[in-house]
Write a protein that binds this ligand. Structure first.
Ligand SMILES: NC(=O)c1ccc[n+]([C@@H]2O[C@H](COP(=O)([O-])OP(=O)(O)OC[C@H]3O[C@@H](n4cnc5c(N)ncnc54)[C@H](OP(=O)(O)O)[C@@H]3O)[C@@H](O)[C@H]2O)c1
Length: 427
C-alpha cells in the first residue's frame, strides 16, 4: 500500500501543469467572466452547430463542416478567442484544422465542447478523450486540454438515433430523459476529468432546475456553467435567478434568436440599435452580457462575425434593458408548457401543445412534461420559427429544424441542397 504522501505525489503527477492562458489575462482582448472554480471564460464564443448555417441542410455534414471551418477561421482572424463545439455537431475536426492553419497557440484560444447527454461515467471519460483527439489536443508535448466540457443535455440518445435522426425509432423522440442516477454518475466523471487537468472547467446544458439540483446533491465540484437558450424572446428568469444563487454562470445559445428567429427584426430592438448606431445583433448580444449571461453566437458570415465580436464599445441604459426584457415570449410559451398536464405532451425534447392558441411550442429546458400525448392537435399553419407540423403516425409536432416555413402558410418546405457560395471577407 502506498503511504498517504506517495498517493498524494502520484495524484499530483497525474495533474497536467497549468498552462498560462493569455485568453483572459489583464490584457485580454475579449472580456471574461470568472467561473466558480476561479478559471475565466471569454464572454463571447463562436458556435459551430449546423443549425446556425441557413444554407446547410440538417444532415449535410459536408456543408456544415465547410461553414464551421469558415466560421472558426474568421473568428480567429478577427481576434475571437472562444469556440464552441460538441460531439453532436460533428465539427471538432475542422476546428482543429482552423487552429492549426491559423497558427494559434493553445493558450491563446478557449475551447468548449460537449458530451452527448447523461451517458454515464465511462462513456463520459471516453467522450473527453475522443474530443481531445478530434480537437487536435494530442501533440508533440503530449496531451493539452479542453477549457470547458459540458454535459450537452439531460437525455440519453437512443442508439439508432446517434447516427441517423431520421431512423423510425427516433420518430417520437430520439431521446430518453436521464434518470437522477445517470445525471449523478455522469457528473462524477466530469469531476474526475477536471481533477486530472484534462478539462479546466465543467458544466451542463439544457438542464431544468430539478436536474441541476439532482446533480448538485452528490456533486463535489461546482457546476460552473449552464448553457441554455437565451435571447430577448426566450429568457427564463427563474433559471437565471437560480444559477446566480448557485454561482453557476449562465451562457446563451441562440442569443440572436437562432437562424429563423424574429429578434433581429423586432421594432423595439431596431430603435435601440439606431439610438446607439449599432446593429440589432450587437444590441441583442450586449443585452445578454449586461444581464450577466455569456453568449455563443453562430454565423459563417465574416461581416456578421466581426459585428458580433465588436460589442464592448457601448452600454445599454437600464430602461433599454427593461424594454428588451419585456419582449420575452417566454410567458405564454412557459404558461402553455407548464399548464400542459400529464397526457398532453411528450417530454422535454418535444413541443407542448397550447390548446387555447392552437400553437405548438417547444418546451423550455426547465419545463417538465413527461407523458406521451394522445391528442396533440397541431394547427394547419405555421409561422416563421414556430414548430412545423408533421402529420401521420402519432400526430407528432416537431420543431422546425432545417426547414423553411413562410409566415402563415400551410406548407413547410425543407431546405434542399446547400448552396455553398461565399465571398470570403478578409479583414
Ligand atoms: N447547448 C445547446 O443545446 C445548443 C443549442 C443550439 C445552439 N448551441 C450553440 O449556440 C450556437 C449559436 O446558436 P444559433 O446559431 O442557434 O444562434 P444565433 O447566433 O442566435 O443565430 C444564428 C443566426 O444568426 C445570424 N447572425 C449571426 N450574426 C448576425 C449578425 N451580426 N447580423 C445578422 N444575423 C446574424 C446567422 O445568420 P448569418 O449566417 O446570416 O450570419 C445565423 O443564422 C450554435 O452554433 C451552437 O454552438 C447550443
Amino acid at each position: 500500500m502506498p503511504s498517504f504522501g506517495l498517493t498524494k505525489a502520484l495524484t499530483a503527477a497525474c495533474v497536467l501543469p497549468l498552462v498560462a492562458s493569455t485568453v483572459c489575462d489583464q490584457n485580454d482582448k475579449i472580456p471574461c467572466f470568472t467561473l466558480a472554480g476561479a478559471s475565466k471564460i471569454p464572454q463571447v464564443a463562436m458556435g459551430t452547430w449546423g443549425g446556425s448555417y441557413k444554407d446547410c441542410a440538417t444532415s449535410d455534414y459536408t456543408c456544415i463542416k465547410q461553414h464551421a471551418r469558415w466560421a472558426a477561421d474568421d473568428w480567429l482572424h478577427i481576434g475571437g478567442t472562444h469556440i464552441d463545439a460538441a460531439n453532436d455537431y460533428r465539427t471538432q475536426t475542422v476546428i482543429a484544422e482552423a487552429l492549426q492553419a491559423n497558427g494559434v497557440k493553445r493558450e491563446d484560444v478557449y475551447l468548449t465542447t460537449k458530451c452527448p447527454g447523461a451517458i454515464g461515467y465511462q462513456a463520459t471519460i471516453q467522450c473527453a478523450e475522443d474530443n481531445m483527439q478530434m480537437l487536435g489536443q494530442f501533440g508533440t508535448d503530449g496531451p493539452a486540454y479542453i477549457d470547458l466540457l459540458l454535459v450537452h443535455f439531460p437525455f440519453v440518445i437512443k442508439t439508432e438515433c446517434r447516427f441517423n435522426r431520421n431512423d423510425p425509432a427516433c420518430k417520437d423522440s430520439p431521446f430518453t430523459v436521464a434518470t437522477k442516477e445517470q445525471l449523478q454518475d455522469t457528473w462524477r466523471a466530469m469531476e474526475d476529468l477536471k481533477k486530472t487537468g484534462i478539462v479546466k472547467a465543467i458544466g451542463v446544458s439544457d438542464f431544468n432546475i430539478t436536474q441541476l439540483e439532482q446533480t448538485l446533491e452528490t456533486a463535489k465540484e461546482p457546476i460552473e456553467l449552464h448553457q441554455v437558450e437565451w435571447n430577448p424572446k426566450t429568457h427564463n428568469e427563474e433559471m437565471l435567478k437560480f444559477c446566480k444563487a448557485k454561482n453557476i454562470q449562465l451562457q446563451a445559445w441562440s442569443p440572436l434568436g437562432g437562424a429563423k428567429g424574429s429578434v433581429l427584426s423586432d421594432p423595439k430592438v431596431k430603435a435601440i440599435a439606431a439610438a446607439h448606431n449599432v446593429s440589432t445583433a450587437q444590441v441583442t448580444l450586449r443585452w445578454a452580457l449586461q444581464r450577466d449571461v455569456a453568449v455563443v453566437v453562430g454565423t459563417a458570415n465574416a461581416d456578421h462575425a466581426k459585428g458580433d465580436l465588436d460589442i464592448f464599445g457601448f452600454q445599454l441604459a437600464d430602461a433599454e434593458i427593461t424594454t428588451i426584457n419585456s419582449l420575452g415570449e417566454v410567458t405564454p410559451a412557459l404558461a402553455a408548457a407548464t399548464a400542459c398536464p400529464a397526457g398532453k405532451c411528450l417530454d422535454q425534447a418535444t413541443p407542448c401543445l397550447d390548446v387555447a392558441n392552437g400553437v405548438c411550442y417547444e418546451l423550455n429546458s426547465d419545463d417538465v412534461c413527461d407523458t406521451w400525448t394522445q391528442n396533440c392537435v397541431c394547427p394547419e399553419t405555421c409561422a416563421d420559427s414556430k414548430p412545423c407540423l408533421q402529420k401521420g403516425g402519432g400526430r407528432v409536432c416537431l420543431p422546425l429544424v432545417g426547414g423553411v416555413c413562410p409566415a402563415n402558410t400551410a406548407l413547410c418546405s425543407w431546405n434542399t441542397a446547400a448552396s455553398i457560395q461565399r465571398q470570403r471577407l478578409l479583414v
